[in-house]
Design a binder for this molecule. Structure first.
Ligand code: PMP
Length: 395
């Protein structure tokens, strides 16, 4: 057992205590098998049940339509964006017979890394929009330029996919919605990293070609990545892979077998050893969320949490600096700095004395970051908001 934490770490992040308690039991003796859920064969009936049930629960939570498939792979967000690049480049070849660059919308360090990785894999990429280069951005992330500023860069152009990161965990920038100019383009597959905001708000899955999300923030432990993919893309990849000489001629790299989406899907996510304990925790998180009222309910709570915390920070503009534009403030990662110098350590130690932890900002941007993922309660956020107000007044 444990006292309820007030932990604002960015990931790995806090999970519901009840989920961990059940998982702890199941780690030792799952369903009275006399064995733990992490010890059974990944191809056994019980493991297959964990895979199938978790998929069914996720489908229910996100209203996943029949046009889309759910699967899992070992790894994290980085495995996600690495594997997306070659799978999606191949899919485009299968669909059209030609190659086209992957387009990237760069709004923070994770979309930036995704683009760099695709390039490193020798795939053609094109940065459609880099938020740092928008007028007024002064080389910094913190705003999403209006679509009107960059929509012309996709007009009439072909892309094997367009990639975006819905919530930039480090910079605290979240797309309020998918850009309409992309949604309108039926020939463009939208590929999105939802690692730090999956299941935090409702989304229309039919608008996406692929969604990927590393587990260790909203849905579980590190080690597993969740994918939702349009089934037609799987068929396109298979078609492309049937003509390897053509892929080679077009310079599309071969995808390592464990990351080949059609291979993983064909084997119900158990082509190689899937970490079943990690997936079981994910499923317990899904079940817990369904019990609490699903994503619509969670979204309401998350909006309330964000209002409380941003409200407390905004109430002291002379003291706190919020670097992110109001229109794209993340509801998951609240980033802020102190205007006065020399108080950072005091802020953290005062918070720690109240058992408010995990607030240090990412090493690349400094300051503070309060990650208020699904498992962080409104009570915890209220405690932090009270501290934010008190600290400003006292200093
Ligand atoms: N994308 C996003 C949005 C992330 O927040 C992270 C990790 N913080 C990653 C990708 C990379 O995930 P991993 O460390 O699991 O590779």
């Amino acid at each position: 057992d444990r006292e309820e934490p007030n932990y604002f770490g960015a990931g790995p992040a806090q999970l519901p205590t009840s989920v961990l308690q059940q998982a702890a039991k199941d780690l030792i003796n799952y369903k009275d098998l006399g064995l733990g859920v992490g010890e059974i064969s990944h191809r056994s009936k019980d493991a297959t049940e964990v895979i199938d049930n978790s998929k069914a629960h996720l489908r229910k939570l996100l209203n996943v339509p029949e046009t889309h498939e759910v699967f899992y792979m070992q790894g994290g967000g980085t495995t996600g964006f690495s594997s997306l690049a070659s799978n999606l480049a191949a899919a485009y070849v299968g669909r059209t017979g030609e190659a086209a660059p992957g387009g990237y919308l760069v709004t923070g360090s994770w979309s930036q890394k995704a683009e760099e990785e695709a390039k490193r894999l020798r795939l053609a990429t094109e940065v459609i929009m880099d938020a740092r280069k928008a007028p007024g951005a002064e080389g910094k992330f913190g705003a999403i330029p209006d679509e009107a500023q960059w929509a012309s860069r996709i007009a009439g152009k072909k892309f094997s996919y367009v990639y975006l990161c819905e919530n930039e965990t480090v910079h605290g920038v979240e797309w309020p919605a998918l850009p309409q100019c992309l949604v309108d383009r039926e020939d463009i597959e939208i590929v999105a990293d939802l690692s730090s905001d999956i299941l935090s708000r409702e989304v229309d899955i039919s608008q996406y070609g692929v969604i990927m999300a590393g587990a260790q923030k909203n849905i579980g432990l590190a080690g597993l990545t969740l994918y939702i993919i349009k089934k037609s893309i799987l068929e396109d990849i298979k078609k492309a892979e049937a003509d390897d000489a053509k892929l080679a001629a077009l310079g599309i790299p071969v995808t390592p077998i464990a990351f080949s989406y059609p291979t993983v899907v064909k084997n119900n996510s158990a082509y190689n050893t899937i970490p079943i304990f990690t997936l079981h925790i994910m499923d317990l998180v899904f079940q817990n969320l369904l019990k609490q009222g699903g994503v619509a309910h969670q979204q309401q709570v998350n909006e309330q949490k964000a209002r409380v915390l941003y409200g407390a920070l905004d109430a002291h503009p002379e003291f706190y600096n919020l670097p992110v534009d109001k229109g794209c403030r993340s509801k998951m990662n609240v980033v802020f700095t102190l205007k006065k110098e020399g108080l950072d350590e005091k802020f953290l130690s005062g918070a720690a004395a109240l058992k408010l932890t995990g607030l240090k900002g990412h090493r690349s941007v400094g300051g503070f970051r309060a990650s208020i993922y699904n498992a962080v309660s409104l009570e915890s956020v209220q405690k932090l908001a009270d501290y934010v107000a008190a600290f400003a007044k006292e200093n």
